[in-house]
Design a binder for this molecule. Structure first.
Ligand SMILES: [Mg+2]
Length: 377
């Protein structure tokens, strides 16, 4: 069962200023100015009452709210607080996807085994943030990213919205369609013109009528309206790719030479991929010739790979797509498009013998260093 939390700090920059400068508290405050190209970066909730909002030109904000306090902002301080918050996020989940300096998605799926009631984590993280930083956050807790973000936005500031999967569709149905991320002013107007004002109306509308307005996004948006969103929380601490490349002292000339060199690189990459606990769908081969011309070829396999032999098998496929007429000065092998944990469970071709062999060699390399052993093919 999926549980995703979206945590978003309330009026972040302005709240930090009010925290550090008690004389600003309870007053309309605008952070922005020259450093932000003359637009409002963040404003306190007191300023919002005057109609001021982010991205508004400072001059306009001054007209709307002459009594506002204007400060230019202290980014170093916001980064400092941001790091505190991100650290708290990582206490709650190993899988955190920061969206900006003051908000992130946390994947809490499967944690009921550890914490019992997952919904209790909502108030808990708010309290933890308040105690550590003195600031308030708004939290959305739901079965997917769309609903979680929608939830955190709904009762700002200091909000907490929990949307249970069985309630999701009814919960969002009465909300205006522009609550769906990506439905801007224009699409909103067009939808209103054909009589669609709420998410519930959008959910049941025939696609034929939506196609003109939403184009290629019709199915995606309608799924969101039904409360369906399969996007994963992307853990940013994981690397996007793991690769190794070598420039050879003497250019490689024969098929055997580059074959051996690529097997060697595949092992180096495989070891690193497995040590990171990852498996990747895509393998990329890079070849640079004596003339400094270079080519890159990639292949994406349905089953993700991490074993030396599997990586090398894909490399060999790519070898067939590259010309080897010229001497080679550099070769590179990279594994990318890492699978998410959920994907691993099923379609994984188990080969115990090979897995054991890889594991034994990994243990040796981890203990004595990578150079301890090189495998023949
Ligand atoms: Mg925020």
């Amino acid at each position: 069962m999926r549980w995703i939390m979206h945590v978003d700090m309330d009026a972040f920059f302005a709240s930090v200023e009010q925290l550090d400068n008690p004389e600003y508290r309870g007053k309309p405050l605008i952070v922005g100015g020259r450093a932000h190209r003359g637009v409002v970066s963040t404003c306190s909730y007191e300023a919002r009452k005057y109609g001021v909002h982010s991205a508004m030109p400072i001059a306009q904000a001054q007209r709307l709210c002459p009594c506002c306090i204007f400060v230019s902002g202290r980014m170093w301080r916001y980064v400092e607080v941001s790091q505190q918050i991100m650290k708290i996020f990582s206490e709650f989940s190993p899988c955190v996807e920061p969206l900006s300096i003051d908000e992130a998605f946390l994947d809490l799926s499967g944690m009921e085994h550890l914490v019992g009631d997952i919904t209790a984590l909502g108030p808990k993280i708010k309290t933890r943030i308040k105690e550590a930083t003195g600031l308030t956050a708004s939290v959305g807790l739901a079965p997917n990213k769309f609903l979680a973000k929608l939830g955190s936005d709904l009762r700002k500031p200091d909000g907490l919205v929990i949307i249970k999967p069985e309630e999701a569709r009814n919960f969002i149905a009465p909300l205006p369609v522009n609550k769906i991320f990506g439905i801007g002013k224009k699409a909103n107007e067009e939808l209103n013109k054909i009589g669609i004002f709420t998410i519930g109306q959008l959910a049941v509308c025939d696609k034929i009528y939506l196609k003109n307005i939403l184009g290629n996004n019709t199915t995606l948006v309608q799924n969101l309206a039904l409360g369906i969103d399969d996007r994963q929380v992307e853990n940013s601490r994981e690397p996007k790719s793991i690769g190794r490349e070598t420039t050879y002292g003497d250019d490689l000339l024969t098929q055997k030479e580059y074959h051996d060199a690529l097997w060697n690189l595949s092992q180096q990459v495989g070891w690193r991929v497995r040590n990171s606990g990852l498996v990747g769908h895509t393998v990329t081969l890079k070849v640079k010739y004596r003339s400094f011309k270079s080519v890159t070829r990639s292949v994406t396999a349905e089953t993700p790979v991490s074993l030396d032999e599997d990586i090398f098998a894909l490399v060999e496929k790519l070898v067939a797509q590259v010309k080897w007429a010229e001497p080679v000065r550099l070769l590179g092998v990279t594994v990318s498009k890492f699978a998410t944990a959920g994907e691993l469970v099923l379609d994984f071709a188990h080969d115990e013998k090979r897995e054991k062999r890889n594991a034994t060699l990994d243990a040796l390399k981890n203990k004595f260093g990578e150079q301890i052993i090189k495998r023949g093919k």
